[in-house]
Write a new protein. Sequence first.
Length: 155
Amino acid sequence: MAQTTKYAKNYSEEDVQAAIRTVREKHLSKREAARQHNIPESTLRGRLQGRLSVHKAKPTALSRQEEQKLVEWLKESARRGFGRSKNQLLTAVQTVISQTPGRKTQFRNYRPGYKWYRDFMRRHAEQLSLRTPQALGAQRAAVAPSRRYAMVQDR
């Protein structure tokens, strides 16, 4: 089944409330108030008739603190030279969710899907990016093992 595309609204709740006040105080018609406050006329009509209410977003799978811990884990792993794959990230999220008793989630088997991953990467785009692994360069591979051990100990 095809997913419906959702468009971001270009107005705030304050705009809607201001338009409702304008109409109720008989300053403007519904059409003019909607145009003046840059909201859809159907939204204003629905709110005035009580058909539409403020829609709340569904709760996120992870809290902001949990997502930030995941970001830090990914960054630390990458800094140490062990970048994590998409599958490893999804498995880590699955573990966090499944080990929290009483937590409800929309994921099947507590494992997030591609859309969650895509949205997670967008939410943290300034801190994370997907990189393609590359072979170790000849100069880096030629470093003596004792020197490599010393470099790791310095960190």
